[in-house]
Write a protein that binds this ligand. Structure first.
Ligand code: NIG
Ligand code: FE
Length: 409
C-alpha cells in the first residue's frame, strides 16, 4: 500500500520521463494529466493516472479538491547567504543613482562583503535557513547558493561552510557555487592579479579540500572581471572538477558568452544585454541560458530578449537571483509572472523554464524538475485554479498551498 495518495488533482503538471533541455518551440508543450491521482511511496513518486482508475487505499489520503500538482521549482541562481539588507541603496536608486554608480562608491557587493565579514557563521546560518523556509513556501524544492560576499579567504570559506551546513540540515536540495570573483576588494584595486592569485592559490585548493563547492562562478562585467580573467577562473575551477556558471551580459555585452561557452560552462546567467551573434554562439552549445527577470524589475533595467532567444530555438531557464542588492526576493511564482508579463513567455514556457531547464542549470536533471515514477517526490499542491495560466496571471498572490519534499510535507 502506498504511503500517500493524492486524489482529485485538477491537473498533474510536468509529467515527463526525459531529462533533456526543452528548447525553442518545445517550450510551449507541457505534458499534463487532467483530473488525476498520484501516489508516493518511500519518498518517491510511485504512480499516477486519471481519476477513473484511482486506487482506493493508501496509508494517507489527501483530497486536492481540484488543486493542481506541480514538481517543485528549481531555483538555479541565488545569493541567499548574506548578512544584511541594502534598502539604503534602494532609496539611492529611487533618487537617481545607478547600480554601477553605487558599486563604484564602495556600496553594492563590497558593502555586503564588509557586513558579512563582521557576522558570525552561526548568525549567517540562521538567517539563510529562515530564507530557505520562506522560499520553500513558494514551492521551491531545490536551490543553488553562491558565495561571493566574503571576498577574503576567511569570508569565502565561512560562506561556503554555511552552505554546507544548510545542505546537511535543510530538506531542500542545495548546490553550492564558489563566487570569489564577485567584485574586486578595494585593497586590490591597483593589483588585480594579486586577488586572482588569492582565489586560485588559496581559496580554490582549500574549497576543494573541504568539498565546499559544486560550481565556480565569476561576475564578467565592466568594473568587475574581464572575459580574460573569467576564462582563467573557469580553467582553474575545471582543474578541481568545478563546472562554471557565469554571471554575464547583465549591463554590457563584452565577450562573456563566448568565454563561458568556450569554457564549457553549465550556464550563463542574466543576459539582459544579448546580441544576435551571442544567441548564435549559445545555439551551438550545451550551455543553459538562465534569465533572472526580478533583477531588471528591481533595478528598473530592461529585460533579457527571452522571446527572441526562444524563437531562435534556444532553451531558457528562470531563477530568482535572490540577493540583497539586485533582487531581494526568492519568489519563483513572481519570477514566472514577470517572465510572462515582461518577457512575453507563455505560461507553459515559463513553467518548463522553472522546472526541467532549471534543473539542468544546476546539474540535478536526473532527479528533479518533473514528475516521473521513481524520482524523489518533490511537489506542491495549489489552491484550485481555473487554468494553468492562472498561476502567473494571479501575480503576487500565492497559489501554492502544500509543499512536499521527498514525500514529506
Ligand atoms: O546577480 N550581478 C552580480 N551579482 C548579483 C548582485 C549582487 C549584489 O548586488 O549584491 C546579481 O545581480
Ligand atoms: Fe546573481
Amino acid at each position: 500500500m502506498p504511503s500517500l495518495l493524492i486524489k482529485n488533482i485538477g491537473k498533474l503538471v510536468q509529467v515527463k520521463d526525459t531529462n533533456e533541455a526543452v528548447k525553442g518551440k518545445q517550450l510551449k508543450e507541457l505534458s499534463c494529466i487532467d483530473n488525476a491521482w498520484l501516489t508516493v511511496d518511500g519518498g518517491e513518486f510511485a504512480d499516477f493516472g486519471a481519476m477513473k482508475y484511482c486506487p482506493l487505499r493508501a496509508e494517507g489520503i489527501i483530497d486536492a479538491k481540484g488543486g493542481m500538482v506541480f514538481p517543485t521549482w528549481c531555483d538555479s541562481h541565488t545569493h541567499l547567504v548574506f548578512a544584511k539588507s541594502r534598502e539604503d541603496e534602494f532609496v539611492d536608486r529611487i533618487k537617481g543613482l545607478t547600480y554601477a554608480e553605487i558599486a563604484q562608491k564602495g556600496g553594492g557587493i563590497l558593502n555586503s562583503a564588509r557586513r558579512l565579514n563582521e557576522m558570525s557563521e552561526d548568525e549567517l546560518y540562521e538567517s539563510a535557513m529562515a530564507r530557505l523556509t520562506e522560499i520553500r513556501s513558494y514551492g521551491t524544492g531545490a536551490v543553488e547558493i553562491k558565495s561571493g560576499y566574503g571576498l577574503s579567504v576567511a569570508g569565502e570559506l565561512k560562506m561556503l561552510r554555511v552552505i554546507k551546513r544548510l545542505k546537511h540540515h535543510s530538506d531542500l536540495t542545495i548546490k553550492a557555487t564558489f563566487l570569489g570573483a564577485h567584485a574586486l576588494p578595494a585593497k586590490y584595486k591597483e593589483n588585480r592579479n594579486k586577488y586572482l592569485e588569492l582565489i586560485v592559490n588559496e581559496m580554490l585548493p582549500q574549497i576543494a579540500k573541504e568539498g565546499l563547492a559544486d560550481y565556480i562562478d565569476a561576475f564578467c562585467e565592466k568594473g568587475f572581471f574581464t572575459p580574460k580573467e573569467t576564462a582563467y577562473l573557469i580553467e582553474e575551477g575545471a582543474k578541481y572538477g568545478l563546472p562554471a556558471k557565469i554571471h554575464t551580459n547583465q549591463f554590457n555585452s563584452m565577450g562573456g558568452i563566448e568565454t563561458s561557452v568556450g569554457g564549457n560552462a553549465l550556464s550563463v546567467d542574466h543576459l539582459e544585454v544579448l546580441n544576435d551573434a551571442e544567441i548564435a554562439v549559445l545555439k551551438n552549445s550545451n550551455t543553459m541560458p538562465v534569465l533572472l527577470p526580478s533583477a531588471p524589475f528591481f533595478l528598473g533595467d530592461h529585460y533579457p530578449p527571452a522571446r527572441k532567444m526562444i524563437d531562435s530555438g534556444l532553451p531558457v531557464a528562470l531563477a530568482t537571483d535572490y540577493n540583497p542588492g539586485s533582487s531581494p526576493s526568492g519568489n519563483m511564482p513572481f519570477v514566472i509572472s514577470l517572465a510572462c508579463i515582461k518577457m512575453k513567455m507563455l505560461p507553459e514556457e515559463a513553467i518548463n523554464a522553472a522546472t526541467v531547464n532549471a534543473a539542468i542549470a544546476m546539474g540535478i536533471q536526473d532527479t528533479h524538475g518533473r514528475i516521473e515514477k521513481g524520482l524523489p517526490a518533490n511537489f506542491f499542491i495549489t489552491k484550485p485554479m481555473p487554468s494553468l495560466a492562472y498561476l502567473p496571471y494571479a501575480f503576487g498572490s500565492s497559489q501554492v498551498e502544500r509543499v512536499f519534499l521527498k514525500g514529506r510535507e
